[in-house]
Write a new protein. Structure first.
Length: 450
């Protein structure tokens, strides 16, 4: 299903539909594997590929709640756009660090979903009888039993995202066995190599790209909207490493309601869109940006497939971690209050390492990548991040100067210090173009020492 919803602030920009792969009888698992790893350069939807997932395709929130009884996990909580005026008015991107996190079971989540249905039924019944709908209250005892009930389902969304099945389903190995990627030629890849995503309507993952591998996503229950943007649009996506998460580069742009005054380069990006339905599998190419939103209560399973270029990416990610943690030590700097709290700069689940540990990690990743001959390929692949020539840089500076208002004067040195914040410097040092250059130089030094 193709939808035309992205970039609502720019009516001239019409998103492309994600094409469906045309099944051909001559395509077996090995052929599909070759196609995915070496030939596809745009997103693709595969249909009729989950026929062997006879148990997994039957999963529902209620079914999983029973299978994983008593097992707790973290749920992201955030107000829904349509019911929260402040969220609706804001056009900035919402990140994981903006959310609250509640530990609960999938049974709690299922009850929470059902409580919303019950409220809807009561309000519909009262309205149809001409009565004023009553506010749905929850007793403190119910909240003590199920902490999710504190958040009305008509006002908030919940998301148990990025859950490693090897951990979440440790006591239910049959759930892991129900997932197999053999039909795409990846033999032996099961739930042990997959992640589970369970969310309510409105839950979303902010726009980002994954630095490692390619992505296969199977939709099990409900519907999800996907907005995908080519890797070549890197500079127009206003990338940021704050909040920091290894292997994820976020965009400052709210792709559903972009602020084109603040992020003008986004105006002409090429978007792809689709609504992924049960039984479909989506292929996400390497380094493609994606924003994902649950249109209904949803269950998905995905797996990331390693690529030869990942060795070079791991070097760059080790460098990024080194830089981010170094800037963290400067969080007391009064010019940038955003970094004064780890809640603002560090995604949940990320650890902070010492500087010496980070340096050892860079060295280890670099030597391994040189050994595997993967750094040179990654650094030379500059299709998404080539440095601008000096002339182009000067043209961009001149263009920006022309846009300044009349009477604008160059700030003093003190003012410039205030303008150049830790966050701006960090995003500069972790820009893909800078990282490619740093990795190339480091590789050259290592090769000299061999």
């Amino acid at each position: 299903v193709c939808v035309k919803m992205a970039c609502q602030s720019n009516p001239k920009q019409v998103p492309n539909c994600v094409p469906t792969f045309q099944n051909r009888s001559e395509y077996g698992p090995k052929d599909l594997k070759t196609l995915i790893l070496t030939q596809l350069d745009e997103p693709k939807i595969f249909t009729d590929k989950l026929t062997s997932w006879t148990d997994a395709v039957q999963w529902t929130p209620t079914k999983l709640a029973g299978e994983l009884a008593g097992i707790t996990t973290l749920f992201k909580v955030y107000p829904k756009r349509e019911t929260n005026l402040q969220v609706r008015k804001s056009r900035r991107a919402v990140f994981e660090t903006d959310c609250s996190y509640i530990s609960a079971t999938l049974a709690d989540f299922d009850e929470w979903l059902e409580s919303g249905k019950q409220t809807d039924r009561e309000e519909h019944s009262e309205c149809s009888e001409g009565k004023k709908a009553k506010y749905h209250s929850v007793e403190e005892a119910d909240i003590a039993r199920n902490p999710l009930l504190e958040y009305p389902s008509d006002q908030y969304w919940l998301y148990a995202d990025y859950k490693y099945m090897s951990e979440l389903c440790d006591r239910a190995p049959h759930l892991k066995d129900a997932v197999s990627w053999d039909m795409f030629g990846f033999e032996g890849r099961t739930g042990n190599d997959s992640t589970l995503w369970v969310g309510s309507g409105g839950a979303f993952t902010p726009c980002h790209y994954d630095t490692y591998g390619i992505n296969l996503v199977a939709q099990i229950f409900g519907k999800k909207r996907w907005v995908l943007i080519p890797a070549a649009e890197y500079a127009s996506m206003y990338p940021t490493r704050i909040p920091y998460e290894e292997s994820s580069v976020f965009s400052l742009v709210n792709v559903t309601e972009p602020d084109l005054d603040k992020y003008p380069k986004f105006k002409n990006v090429k978007c792809f869109e689709t609504v992924l339905e049960p039984g479909q599998v989506l292929f996400v190419p390497r380094h493609w940006w994606h924003y994902v939103e649950c249109l209904t209560p949803s269950i998905s399973v995905n797996t990331w497939i390693d690529m030869p270029e990942d060795g070079g990416e791991r070097v760059k990610e080790a460098i990024v971690r080194c830089i981010v943690c170094a800037f963290k030590h400067c969080e007391h700097c009064p010019t940038d209050t955003f970094l004064t709290s780890s809640k603002n700069w560090l995604n949940p689940g990320e650890d902070v390492f010492s500087h010496s540990t980070n340096l050892r990690l860079v060295s280890m990743m670099l030597k391994q990548s040189v050994k595997d001959h993967s750094v040179s390929e990654a650094v030379c692949d500059c299709s998404t991040s080539e440095p601008l020539p000096a002339a182009s840089l000067q043209q961009e500076v001149d263009q920006n100067l022309k846009q300044l208002p009349d009477g604008w004067n160059m700030p003093s040195a003190t003012s410039l210090q205030d303008l150049c914040t830790n966050t701006q410097l960090l995003n500069c040092f972790t820009d893909e173009r800078v990282l490619n250059t740093m990795t190339a130089v480091l590789t050259e030094k290592v090769l000299q020492d061999i």
